[in-house]
Design a protein around this ligand. Structure first.
Ligand SMILES: [Zn+2]
Length: 44
């Protein structure tokens, strides 16, 4: 995933089983990506 602000490749912290947090090393924008397990209740 690239940063939506500056298009720099984002690093990520796979901290929990529920989400992955992407962080831009340039502008420190953060994007939360909820994992499929957390979404499955809605999508199913
Ligand atoms: Zn950025």
């Amino acid at each position: 995933m690239n940063c939506p602000n500056c298009d720099t490749r984002m690093t990520y912290n796979d901290e929990t089983t529920k989400l992955t947090e992407f962080v831009c090393p340039v502008c420190h924008d953060t994007v939360i990506d909820w994992k499929s397990a957390a979404r499955s209740a809605r999508l199913a």
